[in-house]
Design a protein around this ligand. Structure first.
Ligand SMILES: Nc1nc2c(c(=O)[nH]1)N[C@H]1C(S)=C(S)[C@@H](COP(=O)(O)O)O[C@H]1N2
Ligand SMILES: [Mo]
Length: 180
């Protein structure tokens, strides 16, 4: 093999963990399945949503939001999800405290039951196109999500690569602020 090819392979091997973290595939996914979603952290309203609660909120089609923002539409058929906007859930929970600038220091962590997380800044959710594509999903192809995806999951359809901020077995949404 020539040196150039060897270097290319070495570089790819170095970069791949950034985009393709080792995917966790449990033997029995049902042990990780969550049936409710909790809003935790620095919130005024520590809400808990069942899947039925989520279904009563305004719902969005993943394929439509991802197409609108030019996001990751690879395998769009597979990604035929339906769910609610993360920013609308966070607005319902609302930030605790009376600092009018508190929201500017706020960030949101989506936690899974296997300790996987995805991280968003509040302004990213509220004030950029990325936020238009961040959905808490409960259905795929018009059916309940299968256990291996989690009955409740989070997807970020406007990301360049959807994998890293796809959270299966979504358990809670934590709202926090960077200390002053
Ligand atoms: N709870 C949980 N979600 C997870 C992971 C994980 O280990 N645990 N792996 C992530 C990774 S690294 C990828 S690439 C995607 C793969 O799923 P997808 O191809 O259906 O997006 O799931 C993501 N979601
Ligand atoms: Mo991944």
């Amino acid at each position: 093999m020539d040196l150039r090819l060897n270097l290319r392979i070495a570089l790819l091997a170095l970069l791949s963990p950034v985009l393709h973290a080792a995917e966790f595939v449990p033997d029995d996914p049902s042990t990780y399945v969550t049936e409710t979603l909790e809003m935790t952290g620095e919130v005024q309203n520590p809400l808990r949503f069942t899947i039925d609660d989520l279904k009563r909120l305004p719902s969005y089609d993943y394929k439509a939001v991802a197409a609108a923002c030019g996001g990751d539409v690879a395998n769009a058929e597979y990604k035929d999800y339906r769910g609610v906007l993360l920013r609308e859930l966070v607005q319902k929970a609302a930030l605790a405290g009376d600092d009018p600038k508190g929201w500017k220091r706020a960030y949101v962590i989506a936690h899974a039951s296997d300790a996987y997380i995805a991280l968003f800044s509040w302004n990213e959710l509220l004030n950029t196109q990325i936020g238009d594509g961040v959905l808490v999903v409960y259905a795929q192809h018009g059916e309940a999500l299968p256990p291996e995806s989690g009955r409740i999951a989070l997807v970020s359809g406007c990301d360049r690569h959807a994998g890293p901020r796809h959270v299966k077995w979504l358990k809670s949404i934590e709202l926090k602020t960077v200390p002053q």
